[in-house]
Design a protein around this ligand. Structure first.
Ligand code: ZN
Ligand code: ZN
Length: 247
């Protein structure tokens, strides 16, 4: 968008619209865009909001898979394209071998049940929930008040009226406030003081709130993704090549 229209303000509004978690916010940003730049607005609508807007995207595409793998690999091979084909193939294989090993090691070194990135997002949200007031509606349903606004969280269905919880598959700050409230009230009834491990994320709360997060955000999933090593192919003289291909 920025390249096409050469306007940072246009690109920023588009970005806000694309990242909106609710139709109301989306509509507000799009109205802003329409008034600012009709051409950009028409272009975005023609392109189809289901392709770029989070609220309209039929799949859970955003946040879960935000890195474009193809572009990333292209960038890494910027200079390698000039190599002869066999050397290039080996270059790519070697690069992947290193990537897999580095990422596997990195994932295994993480100390929390969530990945480091997810853990940081949760920590930030946990800090916010200290300022919220929670009231129980039901065993799983809570109303959460924050800065004059009222949100409804359903911990069993993993939803919140702010939409973040069900769209990211990661609890929003309201859900964390509700989870903490629920845990503390269970805590008061049942459990004596426990040994604390990591205060915010894992074991301190009786309710393991990582159960509110999708598996995508878990350390184990990341480790599994890189668990199969990319093996060296050995020297060409040791390869078994079928007769008709070798000829
Ligand atoms: Zn932890
Ligand atoms: Zn929420």
């Amino acid at each position: 968008m920025k390249k096409r229209f050469h306007r940072k303000d246009v690109a920023d509004i588009m970005d806000n619209a694309a990242r909106s978690y609710s139709e109301i916010h989306y509509d507000r940003h799009m109205e802003e865009l329409r008034r600012l730049h009709k051409g950009a607005y028409d272009y975005a609508i023609d392109a189809g909001p289901h392709k770029w807007s989070r609220v309209h995207c039929p799949q859970r595409r955003y946040r879960l898979m935000t890195t474009n793998v193809v572009e990333c690999i292209n960038l890494c091979l910027k200079f390698a394209w000039q190599l002869p084909l066999m050397t290039l193939a080996e270059f790519i294989r070697n690069m992947l071998q290193k990537w897999f090993h580095d990422r596997h090691t990195n994932a295994r070194s993480m100390r929390h049940r969530l990945t480091d990135v997810a853990h940081l997002v949760i920590l930030k949200r946990v800090k916010k929930c200290g300022y919220m007031t929670v009231n129980a509606v039901d065993w799983n349903i809570f109303s959460v008040r924050h800065k004059g606004k009222l949100w409804t969280v359903d911990l069993a269905r993993k939803t919140c009226t702010c939409n973040k919880f069900q769209m990211d598959f990661l609890p929003c700050s309201h859900a964390l406030a509700a989870a903490r409230y629920m845990t503390l009230s269970i805590y008061r009834f049942i459990v004596a003081k426990r040994e604390s491990h990591c205060f915010h994320c894992c074991r301190e709360w009786n309710l393991d709130f990582t159960s509110l997060c999708a598996d995508y955000y878990k350390r184990e999933t990341l480790i599994d993704a890189y668990s199969v090593p990319i093996m060296p192919v050995g020297h060409p003289s040791s390869w078994v090549v079928p007769f008709d291909i070798a000829a």
